[in-house]
Design a protein around this ligand. Structure first.
Ligand SMILES: Nc1ncnc2c1ncn2[C@@H]1O[C@H](COP(=O)(O)OP(=O)(O)O)[C@@H](O)[C@H]1O
Ligand SMILES: [Mg+2]
Length: 260
């Protein structure tokens, strides 16, 4: 199962990708694909050294059209199995593994002023996801860039579901509605998870979402310990937020994965 973790910038996509990975580990081999071309904190939050970006494995950044044309060669270069790409068999420098066993693959980061747009990264993400050969006990979480750029790149097409993270704002709910529309159009699974929820806004948020036509599948509390570990740029320490994510995974996500 390949789940895209999407939503507004700062809503908690990266944090929830890691917490969901932890919650899924008991039953699955879990990989996170970092497809956000700008933020660099995921490896730190996961407690690993950054892996080499996958874009380097396929010869570095090139024009988007060249990349599209090269798809068969890229698939061939990345494929170790007879049928498609197996993440677990990628050369070790392109995969970092956390102490608890979560695999991290990074697509690439924009580093230099004027180096061009991030489109090639999106193309590579689509090629990778579209040609993955996954076992039944493997789950891939794609930590996406902020907003809805990935919709324009049609990355959703090659995933199985969209999980949208909502911080308690109307903007966030708007993005969730756009993503739900895409999920419905493509026949993909869809979850809306509210994050950074505090007692004093909990009901207001649920009501606001409902009035905009959005049902919230789960709530993750604002977790002070987690917030502090992020601010200090340390491996994530989560208390209540992890408990909430574990509950959501157990009740909403696991059944979908099991059904396939
Ligand atoms: N449940 C939470 N409790 C407290 N702070 C959170 C929580 N989730 C996210 N944060 C805060 O929000 C910031 C942005 O989260 P992040 O996952 O990087 O967002 P995104 O990937 O969507 O841009 C984190 O650095 C942290 O400070
Ligand atoms: Mg992020």
């Amino acid at each position: 199962m390949k789940i895209m973790v999407c939503g507004k910038g700062g809503s908690g996509k990266t944090v929830l990708s890691i917490l969901m990975a932890k919650a899924l580990l008991e039953k699955f081999k879990v990989y996170i694909i970092d497809s956000d071309e700008s933020n660099t904190l995921l490896p730190i939050f996961l407690g690993v050294n950054p892996p080499k970006p996958l874009i380097e494995y396929v010869g570095g950044k090139r024009e988007e059209e060249d990349f599209e044309r090269m798809e068969p060669d890229i698939v061939k270069a990345l494929s170790t199995a007879r049928k498609g790409i197996k993440l677990g068999l990628l050369p070790s420098e392109y995969m970092a593994t956390s102490k608890d066993g979560i695999g991290l693959i990074t697509i690439g980061k924009v580093k230099e002023y004027g180096e061009g747009c991030a489109c090639p990264f999106n193309v590579l993400t689509r090629i990778l996801l579209g040609n993955l050969s996954l076992e039944r006990d493997e789950v891939v979480l794609i930590d996406t860039d902020a907003g809805v750029e990935h919709i324009g790149r049609k990355i959703e097409e090659v995933s199985d579901g969209i999980l949208t993270v909502i911080d308690p704002t109307a903007e966030s709910i708007e993005i969730a509605l756009t993503l739900r529309e895409v999920a419905e159009k493509l026949g993909k699974r869809f979850w809306a998870i509210a994050n950074k929820v505090t007692d004093n806004i909990r009901d207001l948020l649920i009501e606001a979402a409902a009035s905009m036509g959005l049902n919230i599948d789960g709530l993750v509390r604002f977790d002070r310990e987690l917030y502090i570990s992020c601010l200090r740029r340390e491996p994530l320490k989560a208390g209540n937020a992890l408990l909430d994510v574990e509950k959501i995974v157990k009740e909403k996500i696991l059944p979908a994965i099991v059904r396939g």
